[in-house]
Design a protein around this ligand. Sequence first.
Ligand code: ADP
Length: 191
Amino acid sequence: MRILLLGPQGSGKGTQAQRISSTYGVPHIATGDMLRAAMAAGTEVGHRVKPIYDAGGLVPDDLMIDLIRDRLSHPDAEDGFVLDGFPRTLEQAEALDDVLLEIGSPLDVVFDLQIDEQTCIERLLGRAREEGRSDDTPEAIATRLQLFRDATLPVIEHYRAQGKVVGVHAAGTVNEVFNEIQEALEQVGAR
Ligand code: ADP
């Protein structure tokens, strides 16, 4: 099962992706986690992305596309994955479609986690207090949500045109949202 999660920052993509990953036994591929690991390890990529990341900006498409192409070629992603944080731009979406076409395994479903922006902001500020992520400052949060509207909403439309998008009510509890996702996955599996 190849699953993509889309939704604004604070919509719960990471949390739901982990639940999907452990329930269905597919790897959780999160570009934000990959970048944080690169920064923590002090790699060249890590140094390059740190200022962009901290400001809440978007890392250049070519770098992200190389990163994801490499990750999807690992054997654990052969039978499926749940993708979180990529693609965030139309260019990334087209590159992902090409990579998946090459390996003959297109996305099965794209979940659109729908939630109001105020709830997202409250969740992100709560997370900032708990985890101290360097991009959870009010300024970087505003930039990230703006980039979601400008760069990532067109990605949802791109996949809607492919008939792959399933909307999910993302303001509920973790269990409520996961139940909705599971019901949709059963229907996708059955089709
Ligand atoms: P969030 O969705 O809450 O912003 P992520 O962990 O998914 O959190 O991403 C954190 C940051 O990593 C982004 O603000 C951006 O700087 C960078 N990033 C992650 N994925 C991408 C991507 N696909 N394209 C560009 N930048 C990305």
